[in-house]
Write a protein of this length. Sequence first.
Lengths: 262, 342
Amino acid sequence: MNRKMCLPMLLMTLSVLLVLAACSKKENTEQSNNMAEQPAQPAAAATPIDPATVATINGTVKFDGPAPKAAKIDMSQDPGCKGTNQAENLVVDHGDLANVFVYVKDGLGNRTFDVPSTPVELEQQGCRYHPHVLGVMAGQTVDIKNADPTTHNIHPTPKDNREWNESQPPSSPAIEKNFAREEIMLPVKCNQHPWMKMYINVVKNPFYAVTDKDGKYEIKGLPPGDYTIAFVQEKLGEQDQKVTVAAKETKTVDQSFKPAAD
Amino acid sequence: MSLWAERVPALPPAVSRSFNSCSATLMSTPYKAVGLPFNRGHHRFAVLLACWTFLLIIAGALVTSNDAGLSVPDWPTSFGSWYKIPKLVGGVQFEHTHRMIAQGAGLLTIVLAIWTWRVEKRRWMRILGFAALATVIAQGILGGLTVLFYLPPPISSAHAALAQTFFCIAVAMAVFTGQRWVEEQPRVDFDQRRPSLFTLTLLSIFVLYVQLILGAMFRHHGLSWWPHVVHAAVVSFVLAWTAIRALTVYSQIEAVRRSAILMLSLLIAQLCLGFTAFLTRVEWGKDAVQPELPMVISTVAHVAVGALLLATTVVLAIQVWRHAPIAFEERLPEAQRTPSTA
């Protein structure tokens, strides 16, 4: 090869190598994602729970730091979106942290549970999702309603469940959906109103709750035993606690989150 | 007839004499024009398609920057209809406007392909017209696939890259049908340097394409930002090298000089816009709850100027190929193939 052509060839090779390096890194990530998409293990036969022995876990989730100012949302893109709106990704009131999903992550063994026949509701009102964080059992129906005078689309972007994207005009019937696999903090968004985001948490047991505006939660009907309780917040991540509950016990399990490091 | 043969039907004796006598690396001589009547209407229509395509690229960039790619969830229909225009609010205003401009581009391309077929004597131009049509059809299908498969990064990035390919084809057709191209007596300066300027322009197009794909993959969440940013250094080096070579050696050829100056100016503008887009999106916008105006403006401008930069580089390559072709020995008369002995 002509020596004068070495530099152009080198630059071309550099470009290609950069693409390959970037792609190979992505492939590794995809491999780990694929690992996560393995279907849930089939559960063994259900173990009946004695209602006379069940325990309760409750508590408050705190935010250990100065309360961040919620960002205002500009909804002027759509006249059908009325009212004020602000970001809900970190809702703190006097140190109490709302919208934390609390669930029994481990300790239930191979127990199985009946899927509730009553659906849970997800409503779009004021171009916001209500609630912002939702818990549902795998296979349980979610009724999605549109109370706004504008069209929304509902677009879950799951890792382990099937992705879909459907539009819902005003006054149209509820969209009924369910999610087959366990998945925590499954993002749902509206592509027509890009500020509209919420999270659905799909679990295999009925022992879950979402903290209210006072940071409080309560999980009832738990059989006595040793459990791992997970507290998951969309921005701050997950924190776990080991808990032992005796029969008929009501145990308070508080948790606090520190501000995320930038 | 090839474009080369049409431009340089045979090497005149004056050229070979000049080749031998010239101690510098260049030779200059006027050549005959294409020899076709200039069709103003056809040329203007090609320019219209190029401008329309640029508008379409901006509309597409607005869709991505506003995260509105799936606001119309179906394709090829829009909310189940082939012709009804939905209420243009929220993300729909970006996505459906993009679709309508794209339909316009498709129609313009069909007309241009047929018009070219009917009026053009140059066979390769007739083929180029239908290549443009095939590209716009493939682009439409890719756009549909991005919707149906929920914006997979490889398909969305291919959609972004093919958009700019189509823009380059449209710009090239506008150049090839232009009055200068058709009627001008092109000045030809053979290039004996290695790497030749033409090779450098091809290398520039290659690195710009790689940069385009890396940028599109980042925009569509398929890659991190760093490959695009790191590769910007390679692009800057190659384009600066190309522009400096063109301006220092071929500044007397207006078509080459103008394209090189424009390319260099766009490169500087693009680097500034890239830095701004990085700040507004990666640094300041990472926790944004919705697409913010500074991010939208800077990223859309970055895409638009990127398209102009690629098209300008293609035009530069075309002009270099026309005015400063590589001096292969095979192109010279047999007796003149050892120029250094004169």
